[in-house]
Design a protein around this ligand. Structure first.
Ligand code: FDA
Length: 305
């Protein structure tokens, strides 16, 4: 219930203005977002790489409404990839891209062209691109664009969301050689017709999808902070004989950093998803919805002044 309310607020521009102008919002944002500019992204990447992690960088923004914004987002990614290469941070760092930030909602061809330009720049920098997955109305379009991108850029990856009923079948389609799939639970408010609603059903679906990916021929990227699912991932890695270069764990910046360090120390490949930029509102609200305790954190930050 609370999750639904927060996710509804994530789409409200009135609540967005209220949250953005609240005096101590920035303190909360800083926990989940590396900063506003490329320099902040590079600094966070350097620190994580020094700690033994790999990184995927997300320039925050979604639901772009005009071509100018979409092109500005593309240009930011091109500049970021050049900066990562010049700083010697590739291939340890790659980028994650939301197609809605590149124009998907109003011009799919433009989104594809922008994503292709980012894939070309990633190739030049010696690294990869992963397409984030947004709400279920975009899944078919995102997977179509993925298939087209993979013709010239076969290492382009995508996210699949275990809460969608279709995802086990999508995992089967994508568990092929060279295919990179990031499996997460799913962070949007979705209707029962397309998505499992209970945590238990989502977790069970996650395990079924993980089994398909870990037993397949692709490169699974297990994106979760859930201790039980991480333990099952470790078990499947042993069972299917997947070493550090054959799959990876992924977690979000600022969430369970001690667990990220534990997995690195245990010899696993761990990738931290690092968001940066000024358009943090939708991202922050999804993090708050995942864990109501974060609201208390928000409240404490406001009250402690
Ligand atoms: P769950 O939410 O059950 O959390 C398990 C435990 O992890 C909690 O008990 C808590 O300890 C900790 N935790 C989880 N979330 C927390 C939070 N916000 N703050 C503090 N602690 C927290 N979703 C999507 O729809 N499309 C996408 O493209 C992506 N991309 C993506 C990339 C990566 C690398 C990750 C890790 C996640 C995503 N997600 C996503 C988000 C994902 O769908 C999901 O909402 C979150 O990962 C939370 O689910 P968990 O699997 O962590 O389990």
């Amino acid at each position: 219930m609370l999750r639904s309310v927060i996710l509804a607020a994530a789409r409200s521009s009135r609540v967005e203005r209220l949250v953005e102008t609240a005096p101590y919002t920035r303190d909360v944002v800083r926990r989940f977002v590396a900063g506003s500019g490329t320099d902040d992204a590079l600094r966070a990447t350097r620190e994580l790489v020094a700690d033994g992690c790999t990184v995927t960088l997300d320039y925050l923004g979604e639901d772009t409404v005009n071509p100018e914004q979409a092109i500005a987002t593309r240009e930011e990614y091109l500049a970021l990839l050049r900066a990562l290469r010049d700083a010697g941070l590739t291939p340890a760092a790659e980028v994650s891209v939301k197609l809605s930030a590149l124009g998907q909602k109003f011009d799919e061809q433009l989104a594809f062209d922008n994503a292709r330009a980012i894939c070309v720049a990633a190739d030049e920098a010696g690294t990869t691109v992963t397409l984030d997955m947004e709400d279920h109305t975009t899944t078919d379009s995102t997977l179509d664009i993925l298939a087209k991108l993979r013709k010239d850029h076969p290492r382009t990856g995508a996210v699949l969301q275990a809460y969608l009923r279709r995802t086990e079948a999508d995992c089967r389609d994508l568990a092929t050689a060279g295919s990179r799939v990031r499996l997460c639970k799913g962070a949007y408010r979705e209707p029962e017709s397309v998505a499992y609603q209970s945590a238990r059903d989502v977790d069970r679906s996650y395990v079924r999808c993980m089994n398909v990916l870990m037993s397949g021929e692709g490169y699974p990227m297990l994106a979760t902070h859930d201790p039980r699912l991480i333990a099952i991932g470790e078990d499947r890695a042993r069972w299917f004989d997947r070493g550090p270069g054959a799959f990876e764990f992924q977690m979000l910046y600022g969430i369970r950093p001690e667990e990220q360090a534990r997995l690195v120390a245990a010899g696993f490949t761990v990738r931290t998803y690092v968001p940066y930029g000024d358009q943090w509102y939708g991202y922050l609200m999804r993090r708050l919805a995942e864990r109501p305790a974060n609201l208390a954190f928000f409240g404490r930050a406001l009250l402690s002044r």
